[in-house]
Design a protein around this ligand. Structure first.
Ligand SMILES: Cc1ncc(COP(=O)(O)O)c(C=O)c1O
Length: 358
């Protein structure tokens, strides 16, 4: 799939230099068509047994596709509505008590910090934050879990590879990882990996995935149960959870959202993941060069798709850029704007940004 054909799949790119996939990816037309087809079917055929079978078929397909992206078996992947939900499921399911510590980094997103604060407030766990690069060495005798980003949202730094060898389970927040950079949950050595469908996979809002290793699955309590995650819901109070990761599924995944996520992810899959990752990484590096030439300081980063750079007044500059059709975000409490560079972007998008910075 040529770069121009990929761009044509995303109507928003015809108008905007859209550099905001770290918040929400551009939607491909195919996703909107797929979702509309499901709603139309529901409109005309109603929502009886066949409808529930359809939801289940779509779930199976999406789970298999997400599993292939994470490098694991589908039975180890739950379907969620966002990254934050997957993170909360893991933290809420662990047997944690006062005296236990969760180790995290000092550049985490509210999607993880909220769940950590809940563990502190509701279970008396202590939370210790250290710089990302120090995480592996900072594991101590009270540490029960390391929870941090796979790719940091502020600067685009990668979690240290040494985390694969720490003696406690690692929960990775993959909001800026999956779809943006290669992910192999086995090589990463993580016990859990939570990711979104709506960012770098360009799906609708309300989509996500959670990988849980078979070992961690045995240890996680499941506090929410219902028709969708029970193996035999007809048996009433005796009903058992699905034996695999479906036990962590969100309880109301709808056909239109599932179909939209599947279609969006397939648009990128058709390009080939290696190509998607390589194109966006190269383009992000190109932006780094262009920013440096334009006199903007680029924040320390990794080989990822995020590029944060200095701005004299980030919220005001973001607004000014948006009015001129260049979409990116500012980072709260940092003097930076952040551009998210995807395989669907091109040099012209970057040029539009740079020309507005001078
Ligand atoms: C690192 C990180 N974690 C979590 C989130 C929250 O993601 P979601 O909306 O999928 O829960 C984001 C979103 O921007 C993020 O960048």
């Amino acid at each position: 799939v040529a770069a121009s054909a990929l761009r044509d799949a995303f109507p928003v790119l015809g108008q905007l230099a859209y550099l905001n996939a770290g918040t929400d990816g551009p939607l491909p037309a195919a996703a909107v068509h797929a979702a509309t087809r499901e709603l139309q079917r529901e409109l005309t055929d109603g929502r009886a047994q066949r409808h529930f079978e359809r939801r289940s078929e779509l779930s199976d397909s999406l789970r298999a596709l997400y599993a292939s992206l994470l490098g694991c078996a589908a039975e180890n992947v739950a379907l969620t509505t966002c990254t934050s939900e997957g993170i909360s499921l893991v933290l809420a399911g662990l047997d944690l008590a006062p005296g236990d510590e969760i180790l995290t980094s000092d550049e985490e997103h509210p999607g993880l910090l909220g769940a950590l604060a809940a563990a502190r407030d509701l279970r008396g766990v202590s939370i210790r934050a250290v710089p990302m690069t120090d995480l592996a060495a900072a594991v101590g005798s009270h540490t029960r879990l390391v929870a941090c980003s796979h790719v940091g949202w502020v600067s685009g730094r990668l979690a240290p590879a040494a985390l694969a060898a720490v003696p406690v389970p690692v929960l990775l927040d993959g909001a800026q990882g999956v779809g943006a950079v290669p992910v192999d949950v086995i090589a990463l050595g993580c016990a859990a990996y939570a990711g979104p469908g709506q960012k770098w996979l360009c799906g609708p809002d309300g989509t996500g995935m959670l990988y849980v290793s078979p070992e961690l699955r045995q240890r996680l309590a499941v506090g929410r149960r219902g028709y969708a995650n029970l193996e035999d819901p007809g048996t009433g109070l005796e009903a058992q959870l699905h034996p695999d990761a479906r036990r962590f599924d969100s309880l109301a995944l709808n056909a239109e959202t599932l179909a939209g996520a599947l279609a969006a992810t397939e648009v990128l899959q058709a390009v080939g993941w290696a190509e998607v990752h390589e194109r966006s990484r190269r383009l992000a590096e190109r932006l780094v060069e262009m920013l440096a030439a334009a006199g903007r300081e680029v924040a320390p980063r990794g080989p990822t798709t995020l590029v944060s750079f200095s701005s004299p007044d980030p919220p005001a500059e973001r607004l000014r850029l948006a009015e001129a059709g260049v979409v990116l975000r500012d980072i709260p409490n940092r003097p930076w704007l952040r551009a998210s560079v995807g395989a669907w972007n091109d040099e012209h998008d970057l040029r539009r940004l740079i020309d507005l910075l001078n």
